[in-house]
Each structure stands twice: as C-alpha cells, then as structure tokens.
Design a protein around this ligand. Structure first.
Ligand SMILES: O=C(O)CCC(=O)C(=O)O
Ligand SMILES: [Fe+2]
Length: 293
C-alpha cells in the first residue's frame, strides 16, 4: 500500500502525489512497467554502479521541496576540511603523490535531519514506503528501513559557488539522492566505476584519476527532480564546484538494521553536538559489550 502510516514515520503525501507515477509506477509493484523500472535501475547499478532516473519528482512537489531546502540551507552545518579520498591520515613515509597523501578541500554544508518539518514534503519523500521498497529492490536488499539517526537520517547537501566535493570513496555502501538545485556550469557528478575492489586498493589507477586521467570517467548532472542510486564504496567520485550559483542535493539514508543509529562521539565529530538518542545508543552499546563474556 502506498499510504500506510505509523506513529513516528508519518508521510503526509501519498506516492502518487509525490512522484511521477505515470513514468515511474512506484505504487504498482505488480505491473510489468514496475518490473521494467527495477530492471533498468539494476542494469545501471551493475554496469556503472549508478542509476539516474530523470524527473522522478512531480513538478509542484519539487518546487515545495526546493523552497523547504532553500529556507533550511541557511542553517546548514558547514564543513571545510582537506581530506584524502579515504578520509584518513597518510601513514608516515607515504610518497607525496600517493593517493593516501593527496588532500583536497571539501567544502559544503549539510542540513540536519531534525530540521525538516514532519508534515513537509521532504520528510514525506524520505518516509515513502514505495520508494524505500524500490530502492531495496534496485540495490538487491531483501528489506531496507529509513535510517532513524536524528541528524543523519536525511540531509540536504549544500554546495555554494566554487565549493568542490573532492574525489573520495564513500564509507557507506550506497547513496540515494535527489537533485534540488543545479547550475549550468560546474556541479557535475564525476565517477570512475569499480576503481578499487574489496581486495585491491588499485592505488596506481586512483593516482592517475587524481592526476587528471579521464579515461573511464563518467559524468552526470543531477538535475532538480532526478533520482540517483549510487554505490560509492568502490567507485571514486566527486562533485565539481558549481559556477554562477549553488548546488543542492537531498540525501536519503536507508539501513538494513531498523534500530541502527550512530554514537555520540561520531555525531559530535560530524554535527558539532549529539542528540539524547546518540547518548542512549552509547549506553546500549556499552551494555551489550559488558554482557559479552
Ligand atoms: O551531493 C551529492 O550528489 C553526493 C555527494 C557525495 O558524494 C557524498 O555525500 O558522499
Ligand atoms: Fe560520496
């Protein structure tokens, strides 16, 4: 059912109100068109680790999402750091041109999940059950749940003019995002699929990309209303600096464990503070540890 509601995961808008269900029949999971849509997403994810579904959001809803995001973008937590593609330090003695030693600026803002009005459109998109099921099917999970972390559950990534999101591999397995705001120039999502694997960091090839090699590089522009599914753990990627304006994307987080949330120290590192739920999680984890013989 498309509009099932529950206490803390309310969705004010139905699937057909939010998404272009004529093109993307999210609410007709038994139809051949739905099957074709899932297959197409799986194809993109298999060949390129990426699937882009253009104009997924209905225009009126998109306008409301953009307005919500724009108002909240003033409250975004701004990050400015020089990071290598792995978000780590370089071990002593690492050559200067080695990827571990290549630190580039990452400058962007993130709107915290608790800022979104629970009766707003962005929260409804995030809590939509049909979207969650589709994402799980496309990415090959039996079931996914919306992330309950109060801050990291859903975020707007705000990239002001000139702010690059430098080359990196994600720590999470996959990302689900919607384009909200885009500039004509810059703001490109560039990626090189399968550059590393579980057993091979493939530093030589990573270094070549960092040095400007564009041989296997793919580039896409996430336009307002587009949906993107992306496996970023093995795919080096970046967002180039937008020119002549700001870029904004909406990031939705889904998890396999419904009760999973982050710890207080990690929340403080990312957001500058922690929520009572993060401290409760610390206690829960400490309790679990003391029970282990
Ligand atoms: O804004 C985006 O499209 C994604 C940015 C990104 O790579 C990330 O959040 O890890
Ligand atoms: Fe990323």
């Amino acid at each position: 059912m498309s509009n099932v509601r529950s206490a803390d995961q309310t969705a004010r808008y139905t699937t057909a109100e939010l998404f272009d269900v004529q093109t993307y029949p999210l609410d007709q999971a038994d139809s051949p068109q739905y099957g074709a849509m899932v297959r197409e997403a799986i194809e993109g994810l298999t060949s390129d680790n990426c699937a882009q579904l253009e104009n997924f959001i209905r225009p009126d809803i998109l306008a409301a999402m953009q307005q919500e995001a724009d108002e909240l973008s003033k409250e975004a937590v701004f990050h400015q750091a020089n990071l290598n593609p792995y978000f780590t330090d370089a071990p002593e003695g690492t050559p200067a041109d080695h990827p571990l030693n290549r630190f580039s600026p990452r400058r962007h803002g993130m709107v915290r999940g608790d800022r979104f009005a629970r009766d707003g459109v962005i929260w409804s998109v995030f809590q939509n059950r049909d979207l969650c099921r589709f994402v799980a099917q496309a990415l090959g999970y039996e079931q996914l749940h919306t992330y309950r972390d109060p801050y990291a559950c859903t975020n707007v990534n705000v990239q002001p003019e000139g702010c690059e999101f430098a080359w990196h591999f994600d720590n999470n397995e996959f990302t689900v995002s919607f384009g909200l705001k885009q500039t004509d120039e810059g703001g490109e999502f560039e990626y090189v699929p399968n550059l590393r694997s579980r057993d091979d960091e493939n530093y030589d090839a990573v270094q070549k990309v960092l040095d400007g090699d564009r041989t296997n590089l793919r580039s896409l522009k996430l336009r307002p209303g587009d949906l993107q599914l992306f496996r970023g753990g093995y795919t080096l990627h970046r967002v180039t600096a937008p020119k002549g304006g700001e870029r904004q994307s909406l990031l939705l987080s889904y998890v396999t464990e419904p009760d999973d949330i982050t710890t207080s120290d990690k929340a403080i590192r990312i957001w500058g503070e922690a929520h009572p739920d993060h401290y409760a999680r610390d206690c829960q984890l400490a309790g679990a540890e003391s029970e282990t013989p």
